[in-house]
Design a protein around this ligand. Structure first.
Ligand code: 1GP
Length: 246
């Protein structure tokens, strides 16, 4: 399966997609991991993202391998750095932090990762990643040492996404960062959506059925939800429901 083409064709068909972000640090315990994966496997989730800005647990690689083994959805790596590369994923979101001006996250980590990606013959999806100020400093904004796009400046997000698409990004990811206080605004989502043709991923701070529905209605093709499902796994079924009503 070519995952980039698959995501593009599903998005083009207008079907909204749901990705669950799994933090490997919280799934080292096999009982907990299996419980979470049982729920994800049973729900109408389209894909799972693993990784994050900061991984603390030394068992990261074994945990990702175990997640993939027990998960019946495609698993995509959402890496904070080249050290998170693993062959146990279906594809790697090759993120360039285009909202920032930190050369290491625009090209540096990619140079370090490239030989290993080639060796493992991993699929990559070039992703223009944009951090948005969503009310609180997040691990992503702190670790990346970049200034997020102001919440009330949708025009900056729109032209940044446009530039990302022009330099070859095949996905655009608009992210408030994990645990954001509020989600990216529907106005920003809609301006970005109107500026690009590639699929639009939106995440960060989406906590309710209503948040999810407004983000999809505003133009997001894929929503990424992590914290809210960790805190309340039953929300997973509400989110699938919200998606089915779009
Ligand atoms: C973070 O978009 C993801 O990169 C998910 O954010 O944990 O706030 O859902 P949450």
């Amino acid at each position: 399966m070519n995952w980039q083409e698959h995501i593009a064709s599903v998005s083009e068909s207008g079907k909204k997609q749901l990705a669950i972000l799994l933090d490997p640090d919280k799934l080292v315990d096999s009982g907990m991991r299996q419980m979470v994966l049982r729920m994800i496997n049973a729900a109408e989730v389209d894909m799972v993202f693993v990784g994050g800005s900061l991984i603390v647990d030394a068992d990261y690689h074994a945990t990702v391998e175990a997640i993939r083994k027990d998960c019946n959805k495609p698993v995509f790596l959402f890496p904070g750095s080249a050290t998170q590369l693993t062959p146990h994923v279906d594809a790697v979101l090759l993120l360039s932090l285009i909202s920032g001006r930190n050369a290491d996250l625009l090209i540096g980590q990619h140079v370090l990762a490239a030989p290993q990606i080639r060796k493992w013959n991993l699929q990559t999806i070039s992703t223009g990643y944009m951090l948005v100020d969503c009310g609180n400093p997040t691990t992503a904004s702190y670790i990346s040492a970049t200034l997020p796009i102001p919440h009330n400046k949708p025009e900056i997000a729109a032209v940044t996404a446009m530039a990302g698409e022009m330099i070859g990004n095949r996905l655009i990811y608009l992210d408030g960062g994990s645990g954001a206080k509020v989600p990216v605004s529907p106005e920003m989502i809609s301006r970005v959506k109107q500026s690009v043709r590639v699929p639009l991923i939106v995440g960060g701070g989406i906590r309710t059925y209503h948040d999810a529905q407004s983000a999809w209605d505003a133009g997001a093709d894929i929503l990424v939800i992590g914290t809210a499902v960790e805190e309340n796994p039953d929300l997973l079924f509400d989110l699938c429901n919200a998606r089915n009503h779009c």
